[in-house]
Design a protein around this ligand. Structure first.
Ligand SMILES: N[C@@H](CCC(=O)N[C@@H](CS)C(=O)NCC(=O)O)C(=O)O
Length: 211
């Protein structure tokens, strides 16, 4: 399999966590979307210009982080099972995955990019809105985690692959220090080998990016 991604991108990290949880390997193609020439050549492979993108062993292109994870989980029965085989548990995991992508990851990334702009070019309304969304999501996440080790119960799942990168950047732009269950969960995430590998690979770039 080939994976087009960037170690800094949250949606790429989500898929990398899945690869490492399942013990699968891939041929890496790192895409730097800030580089015009690199972006132009990537658009020929994925016209929407979004990362990550998986090219399967059968040479099929699969975009969208959740669908890539679903593909890996259904086709490679190694390592962690990321989509529970029980249909109700699976529905809940997929719902959380979507919620964390849309209402945790996206607001965190928007705040990250707003913070990088000079003050007079920031959009204060957007920033207030994103912080409100994050407050709602932190409340929800804290509840989801209050009696469980992972977001979907006692098994690590696709939902945790989605939550982890969002919280990694979220701790910087909208800290969750007053949420005890999220804090404890974040420590558990950081103890996970897959996360350590993903963040280790991103580290040389993260420092520069967050400056
Ligand atoms: N829904 C997509 C979102 C992918 C996405 O937005 N990726 C970002 C990087 S984290 C990206 O490609 N941004 C470039 C752009 O939007 O032009 C997924 O789950 O894979």
């Amino acid at each position: 399999m080939k994976l087009y991604y960037n170690p800094l991108s949250t949606y790429s990290q989500k898929v990398l966590i899945a690869f490492y949880e399942k013990g699968l390997s891939f041929e890496p193609f790192i895409v730097d979307l800030r580089n015009k020439a690199a972006k132009q050549s990537y658009l020929k492979i994925n016209p929407l210009g979004k990362i990550p993108l998986l090219i399967t062993e059968q040479n099929r292109a699969i975009p969208e982080s959740s669908i890539i994870i679903e593909y890996l989980d259904m086709n490679y029965l190694t390592g962690a099972t990321l989509l529970p085989r029980d249909s109700e548990m699976s529905r809940q995991a997929r719902l959380k995955d979507r919620m964390y992508d849309l209402y945790l990851n996206n607001p965190v990334v928007n705040l990250l990019f707003e913070n990088m702009k000079p003050k007079d070019r920031q959009d204060p309304c957007l920033m207030v809105r994103e912080r409100e969304t994050l407050n709602i999501m932190y409340d929800r996440l804290n509840d989801d985690l209050s009696n469980h080790s992972w977001t979907n119960g006692e098994e690590f799942s696709i939902a945790d692959c989605a939550a982890a990168p969002a919280l990694f950047y979220g701790q910087r732009v909208h800290p969750f220090s007053k949420y005890p269950a999220i804090k404890a969960y974040f420590s558990r995430l950081m103890g996970r080998t897959s996360l350590q590998k993903v963040l280790g690979e991103a580290e040389p770039l993260v420092k520069n990016f967050l400056k």
